[in-house]
Design a protein around this ligand. Sequence first.
Ligand code: SAM
Length: 289
Amino acid sequence: MDALKKGWFSEICTLWPGMCLSLEVEEILHSEKSKYQDIMVLKTKSHGRVLTLDGIIQCTEADEFSYQEMISYLPLCSHPCPKKVLIIGGGDGGVAREVAKHPDVETIIQCEIDQRVVELSKEFLPFMATGFENPKLSLHIGDGFKFMGEHQREFDVIITDSSDPVGPAEALFEERYFHLMKNALRDGGIICSQAENIWGGSGLDIANRVYKYCQTLFSSAAYGYCLVPTYPTGLIGFVLGSLDSKTNFKEPLRILSNEEQEQMKLRYYSPDIHRSAFVLPRFARKVME
Ligand code: SAM
């Protein structure tokens, strides 16, 4: 089956056998093969602009805010003072956009492997690529795994906003990468990584595997999730790890007031959503705990 057929894009991936999400396409705005992956930007009937890499949906204009806010504020609001933040991946700019809004963040370093994703996001996804314009941000083009190995005791928070573990992001789901992240953190530092979902295909296996790395390596760890209708099974999870044993991910340390939430134009994250993100259904809890 072709990914593009009769005006519809279908996300077909070996990680989720026998199922796919389809979106009706109004226009293919761009399509190319970069050094690392196939990149497409589509204009869809129901979800606005959509970025796909190797045929996998990375973000849609309609629901991207949920993922960007949660992968950013779950770790940032669990840290007492997240001044220096590292983002790995995140070529669309959405995570940088959110991290820069947090009142305590002073410096953001980002390492994305594919310059073309950044350039095309600036051209076609300006609502996300605003993140790259923030003066707090320094962008480095390179492999996140290698970058991590070159930095020690530097960051308060490390966010890995990677694509799925097939292609260039595979190494970002390996145990060695979690060791490198641990070494790159300052005292009391926190990591947060994209960690698939708790439902079918390979989702729960991957989520559980990376969660176990965090449980083994960090003084406290948690798995949370958020709702994103255009990701496989309608949700996506995150693993979090802290060097501080007192970190309780389930209760935000930094409570953003209603006024701050309005000023930051948050649409998904709130302190209540933060708490609820870590409440797992019984079947998933049994596997993860
Ligand atoms: N939110 C999305 C998701 O979960 O599907 C991820 C979006 S973001 C566009 C993923 C980015 O990770 C891509 O731009 C990709 O180029 C980047 N990436 C993949 N492997 C990488 C690596 N080894 N180092 C740095 N960036 C990487």
